[in-house]
Design a protein around this ligand. Structure first.
Ligand code: PLP
Length: 231
């Protein structure tokens, strides 16, 4: 675990330096979906603080289990999976970040359900950057309208954009969708938004994402190993 984390940190640092960026400008989100709490504990003891989860029920069980281990430093939980209306309450009360908001209705529920007294829920809008019919995410042409609606909602802090591009066949090809996401965020900022987060890049393509400006990379397999059930 420690060796895997160190290897991912050095991949991030190398990619950042190659892009003329500071390694500290890229945050590592450890994607721990399907892994039991003891694997997360090992990563936390090796210094990992931010964890990404895709299934609400599974995540809340692990969040509770790890919260009981008092000697652990504060962990930060990010929800990165598809979000249905009947799960927004748990996400609003258990997570610091949501990367997968792609509908105004879901955002409005999260805003209404964010408990008073908690800091605003940090939100990224998921964009269907490769235009795949089967994928979640708002269409690039609609992201501006969604961003303006979400930015006005109390209880939420709109931070940026997230994407899961279609698999690429070459390293050069891998950069194109990440470049499009970066340009989309730049266009929103030129219209007066203040977005600072690009959540993009996973185990296989984090270098391409960092070259195009990723500020959060979401890495599962390279830290925890192959998941038994591919999801
Ligand atoms: C599973 C998952 C990841 C991590 O993928 P790996 O290839 O295991 O690094 C990243 N982002 C999302 C949204 C995921 O569901």
């Amino acid at each position: 675990m420690q060796a895997n984390l160190a290897a991912v940190h050095s991949r991030i640092a190398n990619a950042a330096v190659a892009a003329g960026r500071s390694p500290q400008s890229v945050e590592l989100l450890a994607v721990s979906k399907t892994w039991p709490a003891d694997h997360l504990l090992a990563a936390a003891l090796a210094g990992q603080r931010a964890f990404g989860e895709s299934y609400v029920q599974e995540a809340t069980t692990k969040i509770a289990a790890l919260a009981d281990l008092a000697r652990l430093p504060h962990l930060e939980w990010h929800f990165i999976g598809p979000l249905q209306s009947n799960k927004t309450q748990l996400v609003a009360s258990s997570f610091a970040w949501v990367h997968s908001v792609d509908r105004e209705k879901i955002a409005a529920r999260l805003a209404a359900q964010r408990p008073v007294g908690m800091p605003p829920l940090q939100v990224c809008l998921q964009v269907n950057i490769s235009g795949e019919a089967s994928k979640s995410g708002v269409a690039p042409a609609q992201v501006g309208a969604l961003a303006r609606a979400v930015a006005a909602m109390p209880g939420l802090a709109l931070r940026g954009l997230m994407a899961i591009p279609a698999p690429a066949t070459s390293r050069d090809q891998a950069r194109a969708p990440f470049a499009r996401l970066r340009q989309l965020m730049a266009a929103l900022n030129s219209e007066g938004m203040k977005l600072d987060t690009l959540s993009m890049g996973m185990s296989d393509d984090l270098e391409a994402a960092i070259a195009e400006g990723a500020t959060i990379v979401r890495v599962g397999t390279a830290i925890f190993g192959e998941r038994e059930v591919p999801v």
